[in-house]
Write a protein that binds this ligand. Structure first.
Ligand code: ATR
Length: 273
């Protein structure tokens, strides 16, 4: 049976095996999907061993995405832009192809929530790996403006300069931000510590869409905060998780699974509904 897995550390609580097992059942594909948690300095060896032993493809998550970028034989254009690899496929001619489906997953999830990206003013919080992966797919949707704000302003400036050729992207400090924005995407890891990015509450209004790439069994700190200040449409990163997985599954198997039912089952599994 074709074998896939996700590499991460820690990875025990990953939902990827659950999601891909449901995708495989739905599309009647015969495959198995597992977990691997190598030590941080043993990832390269573990990856090699997996493919030497017949593995067909894998996902790569924190903290291995940049290492994977350096280790594959060939990169897709979107992985090159993202500077990170979250999906690897062994091609028929034995080449390890590195791809990145995170940004596509974000855009697919935003669209599935009915969020309009064309001609919209988007605020992207954070300038780390998650922000970098989102930029090209967001700019491809032709927003009127995309502003990056980051605690360390120089990192936002660097990112804006790097993606400037793809669309109207600028960097501003949190203090400089002036609304109205149509969509705020939180790509910072602040919610992991229960912290908030230092965003002025005045930027939140009833018609704004709020997206936090993080997720949990209850609202993230950022989503609670946005709701308190009047945001009516809030979304967490669970949908993005399922959509990036669907995109990876499509890369591997050439068949696109449906995501709605899988997202519902995942929410039930997490105790969210
Ligand atoms: P990832 O790969 O998930 O993007 P990362 O590359 O470590 O992770 O980036 C984390 C991002 O969250 C950074 O933009 C970081 O800001 P700095 O560049 O200033 O470090 C941001 N971040 C983390 N904690 C934050 C907090 N409490 N408030 C605001 N931004 C925060």
């Amino acid at each position: 049976m074709d074998r896939y897995l996700v590499f991460g550390h820690p990875v025990r609580h990953s939902k990827s095996p659950f999601i891909h097992t449901l995708f495989a059942r739905q599309t009647q594909q015969e495959l198995e999907y597992g977990l691997a948690e190598p030590a941080v300095d043993e990832f390269a060896q573990a990856l090699r061993t997996f493919f030497d032993q017949g593995g067909k493809g894998c996902n790569v998550t924190v903290p291995f995405k940049e290492q994977a970028f350096a280790l594959v034989d060939r990169l897709s254009p979107r992985a090159k832009r993202a500077g990170a690899v979250n999906t690897i496929k062994l091609t028929n001619d034995g080449v390890l192809l590195g791809d990145n489906t995170d940004g596509a997953g974000l855009v697919a999830d935003l669209k599935s929530h009915g969020v309009t990206l064309a001609d919209s003013r988007i605020l992207l919080l954070g300038a780390g790996g998650a922000a970098r992966g989102a930029l090209a797919p967001l700019l491809a949707e032709l927003p009127s403006e995309l502003v990056i704000a980051n605690r360390t302003h120089t990192k936002a400036q660097q990112l804006a300069a790097e993606f400037h050729d793809l669309g109207p992207v600028t960097a501003q400090t949190y203090e400089q931000l002036a609304g109205p924005f149509d969509l705020v995407i939180n790509s910072t890891s602040a919610s992991l510590q229960g912290e908030l990015p230092p965003l002025a509450p005045a930027l939140i209004h009833t018609d704004i869409a709020i997206y936090d790439m993080m997720y949990g069994a209850s609202d993230t700190a950022f989503i609670s905060w946005a709701k308190q200040h009047g945001a009516r449409q809030t979304m967490d990163g669970l949908g993005m998780l399922v959509e990036q997985a669907a995109e990876a599954f499509t890369v591997w198997r050439g068949i696109r699974p449906g995501t709605k039912q899988v997202l519902r089952e995942l929410k039930r599994n997490l105790g969210v509904i």
